[in-house]
Design a protein around this ligand. Structure first.
Ligand code: PRP
Length: 213
C-alpha cells in the first residue's frame, strides 16, 4: 500500500494556482477543491490528504509533522523561519515585498512607525539598513495604516500594485521577490522519500524547476 501524503495547502490567493499546478501534473483533484468549506479533503485515489490552512500557518503544520508537505509563499517562510526543507520553487503566485507609504509623507525621523504583517522580516530589513523603526504588527489591510496615521510606512506584498494605487500609496523600495515553495518535514522526507520524490518529479516535468539547495 502506498504511503498517504498529507499536504498543507494555503487558503486564499495561492490556493487556485496550487490546485492548477497539481492538476497540470496529472493529479486528479475532485471538484471539492473548486468550491468547498471543507478543511480536510481526502483524495484516496491519489493517496493524498489535503489540509486547508491559513497561509501563515502552513509551515507550522509541516514543522510539527501533521502535514508531510506544504505549499507556502517565500514571504511566509522568511517570516516564520520554521524547521522545514524547501524542496522546490514552484514559481507560482509571484509577487514581491515592498516598503510603501504616502507620496508626500513627512517621515517621523526619531522613531518612524512601520505597519506590517511581517514583523520579523521588516525588523531585519530596517536593522540591515541601519534604521531604527517601531514595528506595528497588523493582520491584514496593511494599506490602511498610513492613510489613517497609524504608521509612516508599510511593509507588504505587492502583486498587481492595485491596492497601493487605489489607496494613493507609492512604493519606496522593492525588498525581495516572492514565489510559492514546496516545503517538507525533514522526518517525512526520510520516511516517505519514494512518494515525495515521485511528487517532485511529476511537478518538475511540467515546469523546469531547479531543486533547492
Ligand atoms: C495582499 C497584500 C496587499 C494586496 C496586494 O493582501 O497584503 O494588500 O494583497 O495585492 P495587489 O498588489 O494585487 O493589489 P490580501 O488580499 O492577501 O489581504 P490582506 O489585506 O488581508 O492581507
Amino acid at each position: 500500500m502506498r504511503d498517504v501524503l498529507t499536504i498543507a495547502m494555503p487558503k486564499g490567493r495561492i490556493f487556485d494556482d496550487a490546485v492548477d499546478l497539481l492538476r497540470q501534473a496529472g493529479f486528479r483533484l475532485p471538484p471539492e477543491f473548486d468550491d468547498s468549506r471543507k478543511l480536510i479533503i481526502d483524495v484516496p485515489e491519489e493517496s493524498f490528504r489535503f489540509i486547508l490552512a491559513k497561509p501563515m500557518d502552513v509551515p507550522t503544520y509541516v514543522e510539527h509533522g501533521v502535514a508531510d508537505l506544504g505549499i507556502a509563499g517565500k514571504d511566509v517562510l522568511l517570516e516564520e523561519e520554521r524547521d522545514v526543507y524547501e524542496l522546490l520553487d514552484l514559481k507560482i503566485s509571484a509577487c514581491y515585498l515592498a516598503v510603501a507609504g504616502l507620496p508626500d509623507a513627512k517621515i517621523n525621523e526619531l522613531a518612524p512607525k512601520v505597519a506590517t504583517k511581517y514583523p520579523h522580516v521588516a525588523a531585519a530589513y530596517f536593522r540591515e539598513q541601519g534604521e531604527q523603526v517601531e514595528i506595528i504588527k497588523l493582520n491584514g489591510s496593511i494599506e490602511l495604516a498610513p492613510l489613517i496615521g497609524l504608521a509612516d510606512r508599510i511593509v507588504d506584498i505587492v502583486s498587481t500594485g492595485r491596492t497601493l494605487k487605489e489607496n494613493g500609496l507609492i512604493e519606496y523600495e522593492r525588498m525581495v521577490e516572492i514565489t510559492s515553495r514546496l516545503i517538507v518535514n525533514p522526518v517525512s522526507f526520510r520516511l516517505k522519500d519514494t512518494r515525495i520524490n515521485e511528487l517532485v518529479e511529476r511537478l518538475s516535468e511540467i515546469k523546469s524547476y531547479a531543486l533547492q539547495e
